[in-house]
Design a protein around this ligand. Structure first.
Ligand SMILES: [Zn+2]
Ligand SMILES: [Zn+2]
Length: 241
């Protein structure tokens, strides 16, 4: 785990055959009101909890887990992590909260072939990813958590309830799997994905001033060139219809 700013810590995903999402810990340490952003792949919970403890952060300071979206590589180890911090609330965008509570796992797995493969490989039972959601997030709200403010952006296209979290003061963007470093974007062929929505979401993000880009996978970028997201949207526009 590495410290990105005074208020953001980064735990790198440990990819296997399937990627494991990064986890970010956000909030002022003395606030006792920290948030984890995303969880990761099955079996990847204990090293993330260990990383947090190794940094000297007390688990009891973690108040919630906010999901950028509910794909398997982000939610796979949510249950493992919650065993260690059972008091932590779960916050998810309203669009993916309903299916999550009902045990509708189409968004979690994204496609049937992948679902069958994962259920076999990880011995998962149907309904393994059914969770009560403590708070349903909406685009346009501001979260005053951990002594700082994060704006919630609804940025569908990669998944129907994808959110970005934006800290305007420090120009930090956590976009989930919508946009990555190196002009890459999230895939848009899974259940509930939509290319033209993804294009609009990228254009929405392009309006923001972003210095620090903290995506769900691959490299993080600490000094993002200005216009980076607009340029990414432009490069991908012909494919996003
Ligand atoms: Zn995803
Ligand atoms: Zn992902």
């Amino acid at each position: 785990m590495t410290q990105i700013t005074e208020v953001v810590y980064f735990i790198k995903g440990q990819d296997e055959m399937i990627p494991d999402s990064h986890v970010y810990v956000v909030g002022k340490l003395d606030s006792q009101d920290l948030s984890l952003i995303d969880a990761g792949l099955m079996g990847k919970g204990s090293y993330k909890i260990q990383s947090i403890q190794n940094m000297g952060i007390e688990l009891k300071a973690i108040a919630r887990i906010i999901m950028t979206h509910t794909h398997l590589d982000h939610i796979g180890c949510l249950a493992e992590i919650r065993e260690q911090i059972p008091w932590a609330e779960l916050w998810v965008h309203a669009t993916e909260a309903g299916p999550l509570e009902e045990g509708d796992e189409r968004t979690v797995y994204g496609m049937e072939m992948f679902q069958n493969m994962c259920m076999m490989q990880y011995s998962l039972k149907p309904g393994a990813f059914t969770f009560y959601v403590d708070r349903r997030l909406q685009g346009g709200e501001s979260l005053d958590i951990g002594g700082m403010t994060w704006e919630v952006l609804h940025i569908p296209g990669h998944s129907p309830g994808s959110i970005g979290l934006y800290n305007r003061l420090e120009k930090i963007l956590i976009p989930g799997d919508v946009v990555y470093a190196d002009y890459a974007i999230g895939r848009f062929d899974l259940h509930g994905a939509n290319g033209s929505e993804l294009k609009n979401s990228l254009l929405q993000l392009a309006e923001l001033e972003v210095n620090i880009l903290l995506p769900g996978h691959n490299r993080i970028v600490k000094e993002l060139p200005s216009g980076y997201i607009a340029e990414t949207a432009k490069q991908w526009a012909p494919y996003l219809t």
